[in-house]
Design a protein around this ligand. Structure first.
Ligand code: FES
Length: 177
């Protein structure tokens, strides 16, 4: 004997379908809105084979590019770079990040130093060395320009990698390579 199949309530089906479609639309919208942020907070990797690393803050949290780019033009933002080296990133006048970062490590005896926006210089408090905005020595005793790293932005990720090419400030092989 065949089992009887209950008749479907067409109103209920339509409501269920509408609920489903509404839910799906909301989910799709929320997913689209959250995707860029979610993608950043779940990066594919925090490092790569060429030695690149994602910039982090002092607590080891990844720093979204939008956070740095929201700072006033000309800002020198300090992040943790290669091997945790404190590294200055520059927000350029066109609102992008400068393609090189400057390692916060004085070439005299290794002190860290602040950016002085009034003098437009990095000024080492230990023995008075001064560097121009690109890290070239303008006053000793520092003997060498500041070490550079390469900076690249991919969506929200800030990648920092070793600078191995010619030092654009001296036209020579970098002293740190
Ligand atoms: Fe910077 Fe000496 S460590 S001037």
């Amino acid at each position: 004997m065949e089992e009887s199949i209950p008749l479907e309530n067409p109103l209920m089906s339509r409501r269920q379908l509408l609920n489903f479609l509404t839910g799906a639309a909301v989910a799709a919208t929320a997913t689209a809105a959250l995707y860029p942020a979610a993608k950043f907070f779940v990066p594919p990797a925090e490092g790569s084979e060429d030695g690149s690393l994602l910039a982090k803050d002092i607590y080891g949290n990844l720093i979204p590019a939008s956070q740095i780019l929201a700072y006033p033009l000309g800002t020198r933002a300090l992040v943790a770079g290669l091997a945790g080296e404190p590294t200055y990133l520059t927000v350029r006048e066109d609102g992008t990040l400068h393609p090189w970062g400057i390692v916060d490590n004085c070439t005299h005896l290794g002190c860290t130093f602040p950016w002085n926006p009034n003098d437009n210089q990095f000024q080492c408090p230990c023995h008075g060395s001064r560097y121009d905005p690109e890290g070239t020595v303008v006053r000793g005793p520092a003997p060498l320009p500041l070490k550079l790293v390469r900076v690249a932005v991919a969506e929200e990720a800030i990648w920092i990698s070793p600078w191995k090419e010619t030092d654009p400030r001296t036209g020579k092989k970098p002293w740190w390579v």
